[in-house]
Design a protein around this ligand. Structure first.
Ligand code: C5P
Length: 236
């Protein structure tokens, strides 16, 4: 029925920030609150999906009826997602994953005594969305008449402070997404701690579509309805 457009589908969502330890008491993180990702998980549940939410550290309660997996670092999030990705029909990565972690986590608290400066060497974290794009099943019909089973739909987010649409369309292609939702941190009503968002939706081969400001719950429903259509088209 049209009220439950995701019935029978597994939806995997990432949300929140990651925390990267520097020593036993300190970490690197960002301002993500998890609101957008949690809204997507709840909307997917309400549309009939079986939902798994992989969440970084946030102040939000685990949504009822959603299998919520709590992780801390980007590496933890990668492990949790890569284990579950094969089961997902639709994956939405709304987490603000830390791009870097400390090369070495100090085993003891770093002392300030006797230091005027402190150098931290950081190394790149795995890009979870790019990994998923590289492993995504397209569900194409194979030459021998058989079908590759269960197509997967992948949606990423991009938050930028400049050149939003250009950067986002690069990400759409590089990370092999079916949809990329781009928001500019500088727009009023967009970004981290707000209950609203202002986004531009990008899909391969179509003009970028700027949407007006809307609540994160309404935006979550809109994104999922479109992903359901993309998924149905891959089956057709
Ligand atoms: O490249 P950028 O970090 O802006 O890309 C944002 C998108 O990629 C988001 O969907 C985010 O969840 C995802 N991402 C990820 N793993 C990373 C970095 C970003 O899944 N290490």
């Amino acid at each position: 029925p049209s009220t439950l457009p995701l019935r029978g589908l597994n939806v995997l969502v990432t949300a929140g920030p990651t925390q990267e330890s520097l020593d036993p008491v300190r970490y690197l993180t960002n301002h993500s609150t998890g609101k957008m990702g949690y809204a997507i998980a709840e909307a997917a549940r309400d549309m009939g999906a079986d939902v798994t939410l992989v969440s970084g550290p946030v102040a939000l309660d685990a949504p009822d009826g959603v299998d919520t997996v709590r992780v801390t670092s980007a590496k933890d999030m990668f492990d949790a997602v890569s284990k579950r990705f094969g089961d997902a029909d639709i994956t939405v990565m709304a987490a603000a994953v830390g791009d870097f972690r400390a090369e070495n986590v100090h085993p003891q608290k770093i002392k300030k005594h006797g230091r005027d400066t402190l150098e931290l060497k950081l190394v790149s974290n795995p890009d979870i969305l790019a990994w998923a794009g590289a492993h995504k099943r397209e569900g194409v019909r194979l030459g021998d008449g058989t079908e590759e089973p269960r197509p997967q739909v992948l949606c990423g987010f991009a938050m930028e402070t400049e050149h939003l649409v250009e950067r986002a369309s690069e990400k759409l292609n590089e990370k092999r997404c079916d949809m990329l939702v781009a928001n500019n941190l500088n727009d009023r009503g967009a970004g981290f701690a707000t209950d609203t968002n202002v986004v531009t939706v990008l899909t391969p081969g179509a003009a970028p579509e700027p949407l007006s400001i809307m609540g994160k719950g309404d935006l979550a429903g809109l994104i999922l309805k479109r992903l359901a259509v993309i998924h149905a088209n891959k089956l057709a």
